[in-house]
Every structure is written in C-alpha cells, then in structure tokens.
Ligand binder design. Structure first.
Ligand SMILES: *Cc1c(COP(=O)(O)O)cnc(C)c1O
Length: 242
C-alpha cells in the first residue's frame, strides 16, 4: 500500500471511529468532548503513527515503555503529541518514560506509584496517573483489587505536599476480561465506575477519569462512563497485514 492510500485509509478510520464514539456518547446522554480517544499505535511504525496524528488524533498510546520513547523521539517533529503510557511499566523505566509522557494509565502497585513520584520530583514535572484495576479477576491480568486500591490511595493521602503535587491521581483504568461478551464487559465496566465512586467518597479526591474500552468494547465502556477509550486496531483497519 503506498503512503497516500495509507494516509487516506487512516483518515477514514479516524473519522469513522470519532463518529462512532460520538454516537455512543450521545446514546449515553453524554458529550462527545467528555470521551477522549487515545490512538494506540503499538501495531505500527513511527511514520504510520505520524499519519494518525496528522489525521487528527492528538493523543497517542503505547503499551511498552521502550517503544513509547523511541516513537516519541522519532516523531519529535510533530508538535504537541500527547503521549499516554497504557501498558505495564517496570520501575527502572520511569525516569526515561516521563521525559516523553505525562500520563500513565497502568499503575498497578503502590511501589510503582512511589517510584513515579520520586522520579517526577527529581525531574520537576507533574505526572497524571490512573490506577489499574484487575476487574476481571484473571490471574494473567495486571492491576489491583479493591483493597489494594484503597491502600494505595490512603498512602498517597499521607505523602508530603511535594509528592502530592508531583502526582495527579486522575482515576482508574481497566480492561475487560478476555473473551467477555458485550453484556459481561458492561458489567465489568460498571463495577469499575462503582469502585471509583466508592474511592471518591472514601478519599475526597475527585478521580474524574475512567480509562476503559478498546476497539471491541468501547461502546460498552462509554455507556458505563468511560472518559478515555484506548483504540488501536479499529484505527488501522485495512492498513495492518491481515
Ligand atoms: C493494545 C491495547 C489497546 C488497544 O487494543 P485494540 O483492541 O487494538 O483497540 C488498548 N489498551 C491496552 C492496554 C492495549 O495493550
């Protein structure tokens, strides 16, 4: 596929997905603006990533730290890409990661949260963090259960001011279990929202963001209050090798 065709196809996909996200939001009596699409670029190279950005998708996500910073470095000519880290992060990757990315969706332990705090203070930056929930209960999935979340938030509330300034706790992130149907996915997303509401009343934090929904289940996620959908394959339909 030549680059012009590819660019065209990606622009069409972006328009289609944006419209479908808007429709899902309207059906849930929500505003389109309340749901941000994070274009997940882990399937494609830097040049194809730039095509998605040029089509209008300003927020991009990667699931591996090294790939995020490599891509951020090779697309540094693009102005203002809003990079999101959406996958598992090891503690020794934080320092380099936060040079390029100020939102981490997938914080799955209090230890990792403390490491991000320490590196953010060191670098004099503020990092927005979402805590990852293991909502499906699958052992293969990362994320915290309700008790671990509450403990991580209680720890955060005890931090000195410098730490609480360096980390903005924005909400929760979750993935529906493998092979769940639409109804099951809705149920899991609704549990995440209820858990968020409980943590809000427990902590007094606002936790406005819910990062839930991927290509196969974003409509279900938006119906349950998702504010960030992480969409990859639907945006690269017809571009990826079959
Ligand atoms: C790959 C990935 C996505 C996007 O998945 P698609 O089904 O391709 O839309 C979303 N979230 C995470 C954490 C991912 O790793």
């Amino acid at each position: 596929m030549d680059d012009t065709k590819k660019q065209q196809r990606i622009a069409e996909n972006w328009a289609r997905v944006s419209e479908s996200v808007a429709t899902s939001a309207a059906q849930a009596s929500r505003n389109f603006d309340d749901v941000k699409v994070i274009g997940v670029t882990k399937y494609v190279d830097a040049a194809t990533t730039a095509m998605l950005f040029d089509a209008g998708c300003a927020s991009l996500g990667e699931s591996r730290p090294q790939l995020l910073w490599q891509k951020a470095e090779s697309t540094s000519h693009l102005n203002d890409v809003d990079w999101h880290m959406i996958g598992h992060v090891q503690r020794n990757k934080i320092r380099r990661l936060i040079r390029h990315c100020r939102t981490i969706h997938s914080v799955d332990s209090a230890r990792l949260l403390e490491k991000i705090r320490d590196e953010a203070i060191q670098a004099s930056v503020q990092v927005s963090v979402l805590l990852e929930v293991n909502v499906s209960g699958e052992a293969s999935k990362t994320g915290m259960d309700a008790l671990q979340l509450r403990e991580a938030i209680d720890d955060y509330l005890q931090w000195p001011d410098a730490g609480r300034l360096a980390i903005s706790l924005r909400g929760l992130m979750a993935m529906a279990g493998r092979g769940t149907n639409d109804g099951e996915a809705r149920e899991q997303f609704s549990e995440v929202r209820e858990l968020r509401d409980k943590l809000v009343s427990h902590s007094g934090l606002s936790l406005p963001e819910l990062s839930m929904g991927m290509s196969g289940d974003y409509a279900a996620a938006i119906s349950q209050g998702s504010t960030m959908v992480r969409i990859g394959s639907a945006l690269f339909d017809g571009v990826l090798p079959q």
